[in-house]
Design a protein around this ligand. Structure first.
Ligand code: SF4
Length: 416
């Protein structure tokens, strides 16, 4: 960018007002570059990595891919000494979104691809990246390609098709896929930020995180915090549905109450017995807890977290154990099949939960599910066994009455 172009870009950015409502990422309403620029203005002239790091730290932005790692900390983790040694970093935007209940990242790439591209370019400039990849599902490749073709400053971004599968979005699985290997988690003793793709320091961010970075670099940390709660500032995208209603993607203020989010999505909280928060690696909250806020503080009481932004209600007429057993069986089939907990533990746990769901009245079944969950947790190379165990244990806790009804043959709920 020339000096004149930079000055014009800065003036244009100053002419565009910061978004004031809850619609931020979704404000433009059309994915084309002209609408994007008219809505948000161009990226401001880059003020240097230290300024971006400071703004991200002050903003409190946490990763939106599930792990909720502070965005600034990830950026700061790239060792400067590696650049001094000539090992420039690889930057990856991750939209693999393997969780079946989630399609927020795909939706974001369809409605606001230029915000994600802006975020990638911002981070890539901050770390003086060697290579930039956008790893996305096949369903959005066409719309992202169209957006990339609209601009000259994005030619460095390489668009790569993401593999299918629940664990394909895990950071080391993404790097493995980009390297042309199997898209499964790798047993790592060295951090990706030290040695990732091609042995280079690798910085991988969820695409929603990148879109927030694009807005924070324009409008600042104080603006980001002007909505949401202190422990969950800003907005977040969330996929909301129930086992009786198709899912929809909403942009909500951080810390919104679960009941309000469900109503906003057209789901009557009174029709539910519980809500699964955080997807298949998440935890259940009973219907009596729907006043809780969707932030880490409120959800921690239930062993839950916003995760990758998924809310799935369970219709009170439906048997929770039947659904939970189906999910546990799915998860057991989605492992890379390499570590002991996944090869032996998850299938056994799913099988025992399945017996409980089908009405086997052996009184030892619930205890056996708990025992197996305790055996698999913390023993895999990735967190797949831990997440699956968390979901199963939460099922036994929140649906204790249903477990008792199954063990005495009194369950009258719909098992289809
Ligand atoms: S814990 Fe399971 S999913 Fe994770 S790497 Fe090992 S076998 Fe694969």
């Amino acid at each position: 960018m020339s000096v004149a172009e930079a000055a014009e870009a800065t003036m244009a950015a100053a002419r565009v007002a910061a978004p004031t409502g809850t619609a931020r990422l979704t404000l433009a309403g059309s994915p084309d570059l002209a609408t994007h620029l008219a809505t948000f203005g161009p990226l401001p002239v880059r003020a240097g990595p230290a300024v971006l790091l400071g703004e991200l730290r002050a903003s409190g932005l946490e990763g939106r891919g599930g792990a909720a790692f502070p965005a600034w900390r990830k950026l700061a983790a790239l060792p400067a000494r590696e650049r001094a040694r000539g090992r420039r970093a690889v930057v990856v935007g991750n939209a693999a979104e393997g969780e079946p209940q989630s399609f927020k990242d795909a939706t974001l790439l369809r409605v606001a691809p230029h915000l994600v591209i802006d975020g990638l370019l911002t981070v890539a400039a901050a770390v003086d990246a060697h290579t930039v990849h956008l790893y996305a599902r096949s369903s959005v490749l066409e719309s992202v390609s169209r957006a990339l073709a609209e601009r000259r400053d994005a030619r460095s971004i390489q668009l790569r098709e993401a593999a299918d599968g629940f664990i394909a979005g895990e950071a080391s699985a993404v790097v493995s896929a980009l390297a042309g290997r199997s898209p499964v988690p790798q047993d790592r003793t060295v951090r990706l930020t030290e040695s990732g793709l091609g042995g280079r320091p690798t910085l991988l961010n969820n695409v929603e995180t990148l879109a927030h970075i694009a807005l924070i670099s324009r409008f600042g940390a104080a603006w980001f915090r002007s909505i949401g709660t202190p422990s969950d500032p800003g907005t977040r995208l969330i996929t909301v549905g129930s086992d009786g209603k198709p899912s929809t993607v909403l942009e909500i203020a951080g810390g919104s109450r679960l009941g309000d989010v469900l109503r906003f999505a057209g789901i009557d909280p009174g029709s539910l017995s519980a809500v699964l928060v955080g997807g298949y690696h998440g935890a259940w909250l009973p219907a009596s807890a729907l006043e809780a806020r969707l932030d880490r503080q409120d959800l921690a009481v239930f062993g839950a977290a916003p995760g990758a932004g998924i809310l799935m209600g369970l219709d009170a007429r439906h048997c929770p154990l039947t659904l939970a057993a189906a999910i546990a069986t799915y998860l057991a089939g989605e492992s890379a099949g390499r570590c002991g907990p996944c090869v032996n533990g998850l299938p056994a746990m799913a099988a025992v939960l399945g017996r409980l769901a089908r009405g086997d009245q052996d009184p030892a079944l619930a205890a056996e599910v708990r025992r197996l969950a305790g055996l698999v947790a913390g023993r895999g190379s990735c967190n797949h066994p831990d997440g699956t165990a968390r979901f199963v244990l939460s099922t036994l806790t929140v649906f204790a009455e249903d477990v008792a009804a199954h063990q005495t043959g009194r369950c009258k709920k719909d098992h289809s």
